[in-house]
Design a binder for this molecule. Structure first.
Ligand SMILES: Cc1cc2nc3c(=O)[nH]c(=O)nc-3n(C[C@H](O)[C@H](O)[C@H](O)COP(=O)(O)OP(=O)(O)OC[C@H]3O[C@@H](n4cnc5c(N)ncnc54)[C@H](O)[C@@H]3O)c2cc1C
Length: 376
């Protein structure tokens, strides 16, 4: 059967109801215990399937689902990919319904448009927000940015999530739904014999898992990213700022902790490759998905701070606490749009694959997996 890709979309979300997905009682393996694998496992078990999840690490959600910027995107970050925002907004209600306790509402979320080097100016950004019906409020006196280098600052309606609470909820829901969870266990060899259906949710390992099952792979862009954790002055409490739209930086609260995480398009990437797999250089392997490494054996934190201070001067007062490292995987050649769509694909009669874009789409993707498995 030829692969059919279904993107998370408002249309799909409106047309699929969890309660009407047929209960067919199949034996299903889910490979990968990130938020997408956990969500799929729960949805499948609730739909009446017998589900086993395999996660190679000793705990769930240790990889990209733990090491990211913790934003529940609504589209502000994607003025060049309207579809990423549309899919994120369409998915928001289902994510809140399942994982509401992990959502941190409130706080201040600023988007700041740089005067130089930005792919769009302030007027274009505000036009985009209006055309997408994304609420914003222009802030003329934001004390945290340098208006010599920043043209416009807007306060937006975005939220963030707490990855530890998300992990707790996912784990509780898997227990309650009767998912058998194998932690510290890599995908076994005899999956096709033991299971009626296999769901790949390995994100950066998606191709390894496809190969493992004898399926064709396609290239991805892999990036080993550093996420510095910093202590900031109190004026940053509960405050995030993204400088748009180009090779700039961002700062966000580190979930509900007292610290912040830094982002930087230029500085974050320690290694990049496009191909079937990401052969992580030896020196990076020990820090990968290892939580906050303090002090890390190497870091570009001072580069994040120096480049970011041009737009956010008090970043100069950031104190480096430690750094996290993980692999980001994106479709190749999407730099022009920065598109980050989640795709759910039926690979063959026995295999489906989820490749995640934005975390907020995890439940929508899980329901799409259920529809594929129910279809047979
Ligand atoms: C630096 C960075 C910042 C980001 N910021 C945001 C953000 O602010 N907001 C947002 O919405 N998204 C963000 N993203 C994207 C988001 O984090 C990911 O799309 C999402 O977390 C991936 O979830 P997942 O479940 O698909 O993969 P993961 O969380 O990576 O889980 C995949 C799991 O598969 C397991 N696995 C792999 N191979 C095997 C195997 N052979 N056997 C068993 N298990 C295996 C891995 O150990 C891992 O636990 C960011 C990503 C990065 C890297």
């Amino acid at each position: 059967m030829s692969p059919a890709t279904v993107h998370a979309s408002s249309q799909w979300h409106a047309s699929v109801d969890e309660s009407v997905i047929a209960v067919s009682g199949r034996k299903v393996a889910v490979l990968g215990g990130g938020i997408f694998g956990c969500s799929a496992a729960v949805a499948l078990a609730r739909a009446g399937h017998t589900v086993e999840l395999f996660e190679q690490q000793a705990t769930l959600m240790n990889a990209a689902s733990m090491v990211n910027q913790y934003r529940l995107h609504r589209g502000y970050h994607y003025p060049r990919s309207s579809s990423t925002g549309v899919a994120s907004r369409a998915a928001a209600a289902s994510f809140r319904q399942h994982y509401g306790a992990a959502i941190i509402d409130g706080g201040r979320h600023f988007y700041a448009i740089a005067r130089q080097g930005s792919k769009l100016d302030g007027a274009a950004f505000m036009n985009f927000c209006e055309s997408e019906r994304l609420a914003y409020r222009v802030v003329d006196n934001c004390s945290l940015v340098n208006y010599d280098t920043i043209e416009v600052v807007v306060d937006v309606e975005e939220t963030r999530f707490d990855p530890w609470v998300l992990r707790e909820l996912a784990s509780e829901q898997m227990n309650a739904a009767g998912v058998r969870c194998h932690l510290g266990v890599r995908a076994p060899d005899d999956l096709r014999r033991r299971f009626d259906f296999i769901v790949i949710a390995g994100y950066a390992s998606t191709n390894e898992l496809l190969q493992h099952l004898g399926c064709a792979t396609s290239p991805y862009q892999f990036e080993v990213c550093e996420k510095p954790v910093v202590a900031m002055p109190s004026e940053f409490t509960d405050t995030g700022i993204v400088v748009m739209d180009g090779p700039f930086g961002s700062i966000d609260p580190f979930a509900a902790t007292e610290h912040h995480v830094l982002g930087s398009v230029d500085q974050a990437i320690h290694y990049r490759t496009i191909g079937a797999r990401c052969e992580v250089p030896a020196h990076l392997q020990s820090v990968l998905n290892a939580g906050v490494v303090a002090p890390p054996p190497f870091s570009r934190c001072s580069g994040f701070i120096t480049s970011g201070s041009e737009h956010i001067p008090s970043l100069a007062h950031a104190r480096h606490v430690g750094s996290m490292f993980t692999v980001r995987a994106v479709q190749p050649n999407v730099d022009a749009t920065d598109e980050r769509l989640t795709s759910v694909q039926k690979i063959d009669a026995q295999v489906a694959r989820v490749f995640s874009g934005k975390i907020v789409t995890a439940i929508d993707a899980a329901l799409q997996v259920c529809a594929i498995v129910a279809d047979g």
